[in-house]
Write a protein that binds this ligand. Structure first.
Ligand code: ATP
Ligand code: MG
Length: 726
């Protein structure tokens, strides 16, 4: 049998992992060492050489996109399509499992997914109903409390509040939330795993079936599994099954969402006889990029430790750009990208801009738009999250399941129907009082004549709208159904009349939504009976990944978190400033600071040929102006690996002004003439400013000050006539 196509593109260590005998295998290796490649080749090996039927394979990846790529790669290698294999994210796979077992799990057949935004709204409604003040009970905090419990596998009954008043109240909200969610036939993201886990735990017959079926379970990015995901895996992988997990403790970046890097160690305990394979050769990045990333991550204590090397050359130095402000930063990055795509023939998609927080993307989007460079934002305001798309989706959800309270609340007054707050409050009270959905409450109130004539009329109108649309779309396909409700509800008119100037965009998005519905192909055979339900789940699960046309050549914009597992020839890591990255919320806590450093490591190791790191000397963010210090991560990269790019493209070695680590507040590499970094100073001509940096000594000493009026300037200290301000 010819297996050269599976084994030739691998090095010895990778080959060993791919051809390993059955049993539990853990591939523990650094970024770009071929973990994902090994996983894909392992699957091809199992199917072709070990004659494992695809039916008995289950592979977990980090995004739906990665899952699709994985399947394509395997099919290419084998030369034929492989059906029956389950490849997807934890959410996608458990969703599929629950769809198949809705009855066993005690779920309504058409259960829908409650995404983050809907969850947030639902929590707000519950706080209101319980008369809890949002300033004492911030909905975001409640939301993360609930999700955290679920990620740990805890239902309200399992949380031990033990006389703690705060906890007791939180649990009460959690309980109320669960009741509302259940009434609406909704599952939130954490529920997908929680319910799937409970079902496997409680039903020996189902557990047995799946253990028999999935003889091979493979997991990518294992370091980021949380408690409930790991518990689900542990159940699913029976004593006769084979687990193949790949991961990197240095890339664990979801601790804040409950991911437990300790699972890597636990795995070796829970699966006796498991063997660890290490890969050390990196195939992605240049020697320089790798050295920088290695040096950075070496600052973290308690690592499992590994050393990455590459057979490739050193490549170009890492380029560091100190932008005057955030606008200049965006301008610089876009200019470079244009240069690489027009002069060097890189595709735009080979350039990525990576940032710490989504709020940073807007300026880059603007700069790209002005320069007429196509781009694609991942994880920003995703297509399925836009207000108009969510409105249209909410109508579809109501058609699918009128008891969906989230959808009901969303569209009862969109477009405006003159249903007053009072009527709505009555509805909510009724729903809560008799533990029914808002939809049911509406029928009850109408029947009881409990509303005034106007209230009744408007409500009847709404109920009829939904009922009629249900009847009218029974035999229509998805795109036709979408078109029908959008027209019946007169959504386009509503957006065009709104005075936010976005009417046309919104209507265009509605058009795109109809098209998406038309193109939608169900990936899951079990869902065939219910295309609308499948589409709605798809929308909920896909939100958060791509937007727009995935085939056009566009610059890639995303947060560092969503860049995991990806690679790009040119990477721009932006906003490397104290307070932004590392994030201010993490700077005080050593564990979180280490996670930020891992995030920076993930970002740097995405780069294949070129890495840019940028920071701004002044930044306006969330409406506030600040003069941030350059990120400590910049200092943790050996200066000889970096080259400073000055404005208008003049380069000089960064080493000359590389700040040395020193006592807090004093980070300049040179003589500061008694001023300290961050100090406010005044200059007779330039006015007031903040000391940002220094270099050189004695007569050569220069100091960099960011002046409020004229921006950042380097001044020769001896002549600068600077005074401390105030
Ligand atoms: P990450 O930790 O970032 O997820 P990874 O360990 O999963 O990285 P891969 O994405 O599998 O690494 O591989 C990194 C790059 O190196 C890919 O472009 C891959 O095709 C290439 N690569 C991996 N192994 C080899 C090899 N033996 N020969 C040539 N190229 C390889
Ligand atoms: Mg990978």
């Amino acid at each position: 049998m010819d297996v050269s196509h599976i084994l030739d593109p691998l090095n010895d260590a990778q080959r060993e992992a791919v051809t390993a005998a059955m049993g539990t295998r853990l591939v523990l290796a650094g970024a770009g060492s071929g973990k994902t490649r090994v996983l894909v080749h392992r699957i091809a090996w199992l199917i072709q050489v070990e004659n494992v039927p695809p039916w008995s394979l289950l592979a977990v990846t980090f995004t739906n996109k990665a899952a699709r790529e994985m399947r394509t790669r395997i099919e290419e290698m084998l030369g034929h399509p492989v059906g029956g294999m389950w490849v997807g994210t934890f959410h996608g796979l458990t969703h599929r499992f629950l769809r198949a077992h809705w009855q066993d799990a005690g779920l309504p057949q058409h259960f829908q997914i409650l995404d983050g935004d809907d969850q947030f709204r639902l929590i707000k409604r519950i706080l209101k109903a319980l008369e809890l003040d949002e300033s004492n009970w911030p909905p975001r905090q409640v939301q993360s409390f609930i999700n955290k419990q679920k990620d740990e596998g805890l239902r309200p009954d399992h949380v031990d509040a033990a006389g703690d008043r705060y906890l007791t109240q939180m649990v009460a909200v959690y309980r109320e939330y669960e009741a509302a969610r259940t009434r609406g036939g909704l599952l939130d993201f954490a529920d997908l795993l929680l319910c799937a886990h409970e079902l496997l735990r409680e039903r020996a017959d189902i557990l047995h079936h799946y253990r028999e079926r999935f003889r091979h379970v493979l997991v990518d990015e294992f370091q980021d599994t949380n408690a409930i995901q790991y518990a689900w895996l542990r159940l699913l992988v029976g004593p006769n099954d084979n687990l193949f997990a790949v991961g990197d403790d240095d890339q664990s970046i979801y601790g804040w969402r409950g991911a437990r890097v300790e699972n890597i160690q636990s795995l070796q305990r829970h699966f006796p006889g498991s063997q660890v394979v290490r890969l050390e050769q990196n195939y992605r990045s240049t020697g320089t990029i790798l050295k920088a990333a290695n040096a950075l991550i070496a600052r973290n204590p308690g690592r499992l430790g590994k050393n990455l090397w590459t057979a490739d050359g050193e490549g170009e130095p890492i380029r560091r750009y100190a932008a005057f402000n955030e606008v200049d930063e965006a301008r610089f990055v876009v200019e470079r990208i244009r240069k690489y795509s027009t002069e060097e023939g890189y595709r735009r998609a080979e350039c990525a801009i990576l940032y710490r927080t989504t709020a940073q993307s807007r300026l880059f989007e603007e700069a790209l738009m002005n320069a007429q460079v196509p781009f694609r934002v991942y994880g920003g305001l995703r297509f399925f999250e836009r207000a108009e798309v969510r409105d249209a989706l909410a109508y579809l959800r109501l058609l699918n399941n009128p008891d969906d309270d989230g959808a009901f609340e969303r569209v009862i007054n969109t477009p405006t129907r003159g249903i007053g707050e009072r009527t709505l409050d009555l509805l909510r009270e009724r729903a809560r009082g008799s533990a029914v959905s808002l939809w049911q409450a509406a029928q009850d109130l109408i029947a009881a004549g409990a509303l005034g004539p106007r209230g009744t009329a408007t409500l009847v109108h709404f109920v009829d709208l939904i009922r009629n649309a249900q009847a009218a779309t029974r035999d229509l396909d998805l795109a036709e159904t979408a078109t029908h409700v959008i027209e019946a509800a007169a959504l386009a008119d509503f957006y065009m009349k709104a005075k936010d100037g976005k009417g046309e965009d919104r209507v265009e998005n509605l058009g795109q939504f109809v098209e998406t519905a038309g193109r939608f192909r169900q990936e899951v055979e079990d869902d065939e009976a219910d295309p609308l339900g499948a589409f709605l789940s798809h929308a909920a699960l896909e939100a958060g990944e791509a937007q727009a046309d995935p085939f056009s050549d566009a610059v890639q914009l995303m947060t560092l978190h969503s860049a995991k597992g990806l690679e790009f020839p040119n990477v721009f890591l932006v906003g490397l400033e104290e307070g932004l990255f590392p994030h201010s919320m993490s700077a005080q806590d050593p564990a979180r600071l280490e996670e930020e450093r891992r995030l920076c490591y993930v970002g740097m190791t995405r780069a294949m040929h070129r890495l840019y790191v940028t920071h701004a000397e002044s930044r306006r963010l969330y409406g506030k102006e600040s003069y941030p210090q350059p990120s400590r991560f910049l200092r943790e990269v050996p200066p000889e690996l970096m080259e400073e790019v000055r404005g208008r493209g003049v380069s000089r070695p960064a080493a000359a002004r590389a700040p040395v680590p020193a006592a807090a507040g004093v980070m300049g590499g040179g003589d500061t003439g008694g001023f300290h970094l961050g100090q406010r100073v005044t200059h007779p001509k330039f006015g007031e400013g903040v000391v940002l940096n220094s270099e050189g000594r004695g007569a050569q000493a220069r100091i960099q000050v960011n002046f409020q009026g004229v921006g950042s300037k380097w001044l020769v200290l001896a002549y600068a006539r600077l005074e401390p301000a105030g």
